[in-house]
Design a protein around this ligand. Structure first.
Ligand code: ASP
Length: 441
């Protein structure tokens, strides 16, 4: 395994994990074995990635901002980042709506299939959990997301891994470091510089474990599938999402080619480990440390850009999620509430899916919670909501895995574009992964 590139090792781990999952599914007691003895390895890996996310954001952003020398650059970077994020998300939703309205995967679904899905999933604990989380989200006032950016206790923000609060704190510290005397700022900057190096090395070491962890994660995903018959019935809907997501990758690669003047294939190769992890973990937050490492060391984006653009992106930029929400909302309406499919409602979906993807947490299945809010915004009958979610529940996990890849790819693309526009994109000096555990002399 030594000479293989990291992404190949991860791919082999994934394929073996899938095969092992199917094998265990067919053996008595296999699922229990995977649950007890294999799945915890994946959990340990995700825990380790989450462990380093907060120190990484803190160190790289404080160090990055204090290197900027000019506070007005932060404003330019912030405005560009948010505008490009909004633009790519809008493109994603429009692609999604275009596909679902052309293919119409929900039209003509036999009543018997709907009944079967309803019976299987409408009272499922997972569906109920999504509906409950959505109603909690709704109870907050309209400006609550803004209030939530400003922490009152930074240790609580660290403990909860509240990304936007940590970003705010890091920016605040970074800016103040620029405003105080250089002599006084130096020790703290040196501290965060050193912390940043240490955490980056932690990413390298954790990634050595990635091929085994993805094996565990995927085996665990496979044993959760029990109803392949329903999966097949939803194949058109699932294909619409996958095709939409693929088109979105095309949009990113075009931007990379035209604006950043980089080869799309090179770009994909550099970020592939982050994409594969996004697929295996279904969480852009868990993938964040790896995305940051790839973007800084392998794409050549400067820390001050990646340290800001990527954590913000993991929280607010979810192109894959918004594309999925557009398709899922219209699909559900095509099946059980066709009278709601007016032009105005589709416009409302564009707007709410944009906001919903910003509000979705970067964790597995968060997109489905916010889908409830998208549906409610068009006046979808409340009593049909459990059936609506039940319709798409069976395929949600595989689609979640795919949309998370797009969320992460979108963040990497936008950080490259912002870096290019600020003259902060340099020739990368990648270190080979295998070299990274040999101590530096
Ligand atoms: N799992 C997605 C992410 O972490 C969010 C979602 O669409 O459910 O990016």
């Amino acid at each position: 395994m030594k000479k293989l590139a990291l992404h190949w090792k991860i791919i082999i781990g994934m394929v073996l994990g899938i095969l092992f999952g199917f094998l265990m599914n067919s053996i008595e007691g296999g699922r229990l074995f995977v649950g007890n003895w294999i799945a915890p390895l994946g959990k340990i890996f995700i825990n380790l990635l989450k462990l380093i996310a907060v120190p990484l954001i803190l160190a790289s952003l404080i160090k990055g901002v204090s290197d900027l020398k000019d506070i007005s650059k932060i404003r330019t970077m912030g405005l560009r980042t948010i505008s490009i994020y909004m633009a790519t998300t809008l493109i994603a939703i429009i692609i999604g709506l275009g596909i679902v309205n052309t293919v119409k995967p929900g039209e003509g679904m036999p009543e018997s299939t709907i009944e079967k899905i309803k019976a299987r999933y409408a009272n499922d604990a997972g569906v109920k959990d999504k509906l409950m989380k959505a109603s909690m989200q709704k109870e907050a006032g309209p400006l609550q997301p803004l209030v939530d950016i400003f922490p009152s206790n930074i240790f609580k923000s660290f403990a909860d891994a509240s990304m936007l609060q940590v970003i705010f704190f890091a920016l605040f510290v970074g800016i103040c470091l620029l405003l105080i005397e250089e002599e006084k700022a130096k020790p703290l900057i040196a501290f965060f510089d050193s912390l940043n190096e240490v955490v980056m090395k932690m990413v390298d070491l954790i990634m050595l474990f990635a091929p085994y962890a993805v094996f565990a994660l995927l085996a665990n995903v496979i044993i959760a599938f029990d109803d392949t018959e329903i999966l097949i019935k939803l194949v058109y809907y699932a294909l619409c999402v996958v095709v939409g997501l693929t088109i979105m990758v095309g949009v990113y690669l075009l931007l990379i080619r035209v604006y950043a003047k980089k080869s799309p294939l090179w770009f994909l190769k550099q970020i592939s480990p982050a994409q594969l992890l996004a697929f295996s973990t279904s969480s852009s937050a868990a993938t964040l440390p790896v995305t940051m490492e790839r973007v800084e060391e392998h794409l050549g984006v400067d820390k001050e850009v990646s340290g800001f653009v990527l954590p913000v992106g993991a929280t607010v930029n979810m192109d894959g999620t918004s594309l999925y929400q557009g398709i899922a909302a219209v699909f559900i309406m095509q099946v059980i509430w066709p009278e709601g499919l007016t032009f105005t409602n589709q416009m409302v979906i564009i707007f709410t899916a944009l906001l919903a993807s910003i509000g979705s947490a970067a964790v597995p299945s968060a997109g489905m919670v916010m889908l409830v809010i998208v549906l409610e915004s068009v006046g979808f009958p409340a009593e049909l909501l459990p059936i609506g979610l039940a319709l798409i529940f069976a395929v949600d996990r595989p689609l979640d895995m795919c949309r998370t890849v797009i969320n992460v790819t979108g963040d990497a693309t936008v950080s490259t574009l912002v870096a290019k526009s600020l003259g902060k994109l340099h020739e990368p000096k990648p270190k080979a992964w295998d070299d990274n555990y040999t101590p530096v002399k």
